[in-house]
Design a protein around this ligand. Structure first.
Ligand code: UFG
Length: 339
């Protein structure tokens, strides 16, 4: 069964392609390589033994999308990762984010309608909950006004999907990710941030390897046990596996509604200092960090209630924080050896 994975050479996409192949799905990737490299398909094949098909074009190009679908009308499902994802950049370049993230979704869904493709899994984010009033946060929690254009593209995309499933044969599952970190156990694929990382985990590993001098911990005066902000970090391989279960659920017609929404988190919150402690424990290194002021736009704390995903998808995040930080560190060391 052929699955289209948009953004399949990216961080979460590449891990998902590996898990899809392990379950016997045929994968075709569409990616414009704006934040990734075509070498990833070889790394994927080193893990799985299968080179996934890769077509390099931009999903905002309607004609190219239509042409792609006309040549691939045997696709049974789509996992749509392709999107820009840098929160800070989206604040400075909102139109870039709206055009890219929204237009590509519309083109993909039009292609589905034209070609009778019924199943789409969409990459959403816990950012839609903002700072939740109740923790842990479940899927019924209200959607808060988005903190950034990036977050808004996730909210708008969920709305576009909701309206489209009502008026068509399309079924959708939106997966709301918490904070994916870590890398594949082979250290052949992982996160490849361009330039200075915005996110905590790559900043930690780049500091430890010597690319960055010092990690800034943004704020230690939050109303949390150690004063630093809390997130629900989830291993990217656990996250990837949930996508395979979701697409399988759609193809097997086991959905309870034509749009389903699931939280993908572990249910455990870790503070920034706890993540640093875990990293120091697994690497045996002392990390150079300093406490600085809060980062604008950061929420205090969020972690998932994954009960609905656990029960309905039969999926549970398996890996703990030390496995996450250890795999991220192995990946960073692999990257430094390549240079
Ligand atoms: N942090 C630091 N120093 C850094 C980087 C991050 O202290 O150099 C802290 C942040 O302040 C935050 C925590 O580490 O408390 C996690 O920060 P990340 O940037 O790794 O992750 P965020 O929770 O800010 O963002 C993530 C995704 C977004 C998504 C958002 C939703 O990267 O795509 O969750 O909440 F929108």
């Amino acid at each position: 069964m052929k699955i289209l994975v948009t953004g399949g050479t990216g961080y979460i996409g590449s891990h998902t392609v590996v898990e899809l192949q392990a379950k016997g799905f045929e994968v075709v990737i569409v990616d414009n390589l704006s934040n990734s490299s075509s070498d990833i398909v070889e790394k994927i094949s080193e893990i799985s033994g299968i080179i996934p098909k890769l077509e390099i074009f931009d999903l905002t190009n309607k004609d190219l999308v239509a042409d792609f679908f006309s040549r691939n009308n045997d696709i049974v499902g789509i996992i749509h990762f392709a999107a820009y994802k840098a929160v800070g950049e989206s604040v400075n370049k909102p139109l870039l984010y709206y055009r890219n993230n929204i237009e590509s979704l519309i083109n993909v869904m039009e292609g589905m309608q034209t070609n009778g493709i019924e199943n789409i899994v969409f990459s959403s984010s816990c950012t839609v909950y903002g700072q939740p009033d109740v923790l842990p946060v479940n899927e019924q929690a209200p959607i808060k006004i988005a903190e950034s254009p990036y977050g808004n593209t996730k909210q708008i995309s969920e709305e576009i999907i909701q309206d489209t499933v009502k008026s068509s044969n399309i079924n959708a599952i939106a997966l709301r990710y918490f904070n994916p970190i870590g890398a594949h156990e082979t250290a052949l694929i992982g996160e490849l941030p361009l330039g200075v990382p915005n996110n905590l985990m790559p900043f930690i590993t780049q500091t430890a390897i010597g690319i960055r001098k010092c990690l800034s911990v943004f704020g230690d005066d939050y109303p949390t046990p150690d004063g630093t902000a809390i997130r629900d970090y989830i291993h990217v391989v656990d996250l990837a596996k949930a996508h395979v279960i979701a697409i399988d659920r759609m193809i097997s017609k086991n959905m309870k509604d034509d749009l389903e929404i699931f939280n993908l988190g572990t249910g455990n919150g870790y503070s920034v200092l706890e993540v640093i402690n875990s990293f120091e424990r697994v690497s045996g290194l002392k990390l150079n960090y300093q406490i600085v002021g809060r980062r604008e736009g950061d929420i205090i704390q969020v972690w998932a209630d994954p009960t609905y995903s656990n029960e309905e998808l039969g999926w549970k995040a398996e890996m703990g924080i030390d496995e996450m930080t250890n795999s991220a560190w192995n990946w960073e060391q692999f990257l430094s050896k390549k240079k």
